[in-house]
Design a protein around this ligand. Structure first.
Ligand code: SF4
Ligand code: SF4
Length: 310
């Protein structure tokens, strides 16, 4: 794969790059977060990832009401009557309001970057990747939504001999999977519920494509780890965890499940975007509950770890 030609000019919309992660694959890693997701999980902790396009976030608690944003907006998209200050229909994402807000009440989520620019960022940590066996993990949103960008970026990482991983819900076509799997060392794949009806109710889509894609990834030779965001009252019952474990046991070469406890860390960001947080006021699962689920998984001879970020 080292001889693949890389289109360094391919562009993607990136909303964050986090360095020095040790949770999302082997060694020290950089997580590149991409915009866009075809699912709509109610508990999503990165709501700014769902829309494919850049978005202005309005952090109302920081606003001092100076009116500068309204003054500089070229299309009159700033409306003080809206709880979420920006009229999305009118906004052309020029960023002028963000540049001129000195109170840090406005932030642009998502910026267009070329593969070359991202590789340049990653090269800063080349030494750490080499010493720790680490590399890059693509996340989102659903990273595979931007498959052209992802494919070129992964080729670029391979050319640099960095370890490559993706966090995905795998709600995508088989063609997309076949394009990127040759450039991946590890897939961290979410399975949120084994019952398709319940999956659709909470996530907006059934699980058939996801389960079929798990089989394809498992059969590809790329390492696959299954991750489950544990949401109390949705998927934390014994029946679901047993069915999930049975499914994972049936996959070729897959022996590891990570259970990720639900948290509410992204809740504030919903209001920054003018969205409603649809989760009921439930508490994160206790460590006793998580260990109960871990014990069920381990009875199937699988390795089970608790933790990580969903
Ligand atoms: S520029 Fe910033 S601080 Fe001033 S009104 Fe607009 S959002 Fe508020
Ligand atoms: S990003 Fe540009 S168009 Fe959108 S609200 Fe800000 S200034 Fe107006």
């Amino acid at each position: 794969m080292l001889n693949e030609t890389v289109n360094l000019g391919e562009k993607g919309i990136v909303f964050d790059i986090q360095r020095f992660s040790v949770h999302d694959g082997p060694g020290i890693r950089t997580i590149v977060f991409l915009k866009g997701c075809p699912l709509s999980c109610r508990w999503c902790s990165n709501p700014e990832s769902q829309c494919r396009e850049p978005q202005v976030m309005f952090i109302s608690k920081n606003c001092i009401g100076c009116g500068k944003c309204k003054e500089v907006c070229p299309v009159n998209a700033v409306d003080f009557k809206l709880p979420y200050r920006i009229d999305q229909e009118k906004c052309i994402k020029c960023g002028k309001c963000v540049e001129n807000c000195y109170a840090n009440a406005l932030e642009m989520s998502g910026i267009e970057k070329t593969v070359e620019e991202v590789i340049g960022e990653l090269k800063k940590d080349n030494m750490y990747y080499r010493r720790s066996g680490g590399g890059i993990t693509l996340s989102g949103g659903e990273a595979l939504v931007q498959v052209d960008f992802v494919e070129e970026l992964l080729k670029g990482c391979r050319a640099n001999r960095w370890n490559t991983a993706v966090e995905t819900a795998a709600f995508t076509s088989q063609q997309v999977l076949r394009r990127i799997l040759p450039f991946l060392d590890l897939v961290l794949m979410d399975i949120k519920h084994m019952d398709s009806k319940k999956h659709r109710e909470y996530i907006g889509q059934g699980n058939e494509i996801i389960l079929e894609n798990a089989r394809i990834i498992a059969g590809s030779g790329t390492q696959l780890i299954i991750r489950v965001p544990v949401i109390p009252g949705f998927n934390d019952d014994e029946d679901n965890i047993v069915k999930l474990s049975e499914f994972v046991v049936s996959l070729k070469n897959v022996r590891e499940i990570h259970l990720l406890p639900y948290h509410r860390l992204g809740e504030n960001k919903y209001s920054y975007l003018g969205y409603k947080y649809k989760m009921p006021p439930i508490d994160p699962p206790s460590s006793k509950d998580m260990n109960r689920l871990k014990n069920i998984v381990e009875k199937f001879g699988l390795v089970c770890k608790i933790g990580g970020v969903s």
